[in-house]
Write a protein that binds this ligand. Structure first.
Ligand code: HPA
Ligand code: ZN
Length: 335
């Protein structure tokens, strides 16, 4: 396998990172205290107990139940800043150059926190990360697919100024996948795209859901990127299409193991994707919950695929750059 040092030095982009999923237990409890937020009766009482719980999840929903309790401790603009800044500070030492990060406004607006408050805190952290750490970033606003599509449309309307001024660079779709197919959100995606033709479109699909959901995200939502997309491997015609259109799959190896999508990183169809010419990137998803940031995910892949040499990882890193919302040109690099 390639060395950890090589993987650390490799210029990496992260495309699949939920900012709310970076809430470490050792920030969750102090924030709950600072904001006077009562956690549920049966919720673990200490960082150690919570970390113990995070060691295994039955499936996506079991994780989401904890994830949404975690979001409840975030109230003030400063909380959102602190959360994102902690993430950027941490991955700066892992060789991260560029991050396109998700956030879930509905998990906050439902509790009376304004979209503008959430966005301002995250945006301030992004700006500081670029200034002080040299990490560029984009914000991706996600719709919670377990919410009614009409509620999601309300969020899209509320976000119009942020979509139009480019603060929100892309629209995404997350939360419980199987009961909520992409088709439900066709109108939301169309409305958002109409607000700004530069808005990029992505969606979680093929994590627990079937390959058909990946196809639907492409056909009905006009997504140009797919988050997870692991189950695409069940449909050879879809793989051909993804390769032809160079549609990036944002894969999250440690997440897939923690949520029991697979039992081991070795089971992931990453070799199949490489052989079929399907571009993918390696990402951490919700690192505070899944036990690893971006570098740990690269390391897990290199251990699971020990024959992959530096050329393979250079290819993966190059595909990640190509699949980013911003294209880094040679001109930019010279500056
Ligand atoms: N899948 C779906 N929804 C999510 C995830 C995920 O991996 N992480 C946070 N919300
Ligand atoms: Zn995700």
């Amino acid at each position: 396998p390639v060395s950890v040092e090589f993987l650390k030095e490799l210029p990496k982009c992260e495309h699949h990172l939920h900012l709310e999923g970076t809430l470490e237990p050792d920030l969750l409890f102090p924030l709950a205290e600072r904001n006077g937020v009562a956690l549920p009766e049966n919720f673990p009482k200490t960082t150690a107990e919570l970390e113990e719980k995070y060691k295994s999840f039955a499936d996506l929903q079991d994780f989401l139940n904890y994830y949404y309790i975690g979001t409840n401790v975030l109230l003030q603009e400063q909380d959102f800043f602190d959360l994102a800044w902690a993430y950027f500070s941490r991955v700066a030492s892992q060789g991260l150059c560029h991050a396109e990060v998700f956030y879930d406004p509905q998990s906050h607006t439902e509790r009376g926190v304004a979209l503008e408050t959430v966005t301002a805190g995250f945006k301030r952290a992004c700006e500081r990360a670029e200034r002080e750490l040299g990490i560029t970033s984009k914000l991706i606003m996600c719709l919670l697919r377990h919410e009614a599509p009409a509620k999601c449309m309300d969020l899209v309307r509320a976000a119009q100024p942020l979509i139009q001024d480019g603060t929100i660079a892309a629209l995404g779709l997350d939360s419980a996948e199987k009961p909520f197919p992409p088709a439900l959100f066709k109108d939301c995606y169309a409305a958002a795209k109409a607000m700004n033709p530069d808005l990029q479109l992505t969606a979680h699909a093929g994590e627990e859901g079937p390959a058909q959901f990946v196809t639907d995200a492409l056909d009905l939502l006009h997504a140009t990127r797919i988050d997870h997309g692991i189950n695409s491997s069940q449909d050879p015609a879809l793989l051909e299409r993804l390769a032809r259109d160079r549609t990036l799959l944002t894969c999250c190896p440690l997440s897939n193991v923690k949520l029991q999508v697979v039992q081991d990183v070795r089971e992931l169809p990453l070799q199949r994707f490489l052989d079929a010419g399907v571009p993918f990137s390696i990402n951490s998803d919700d690192p505070a919950y899944f036990g690893g940031y971006i570098l740990e995910n690269y390391v897990a892949v290199s251990k699971a695929f020990p024959t992959w040499d530096v050329a393979v990882f250079a290819k993966i890193a190059a595909n990640a750059i190509e699949g980013s919302c911003v294209q880094v040109t040679l001109e930019d690099q010279k500056r």
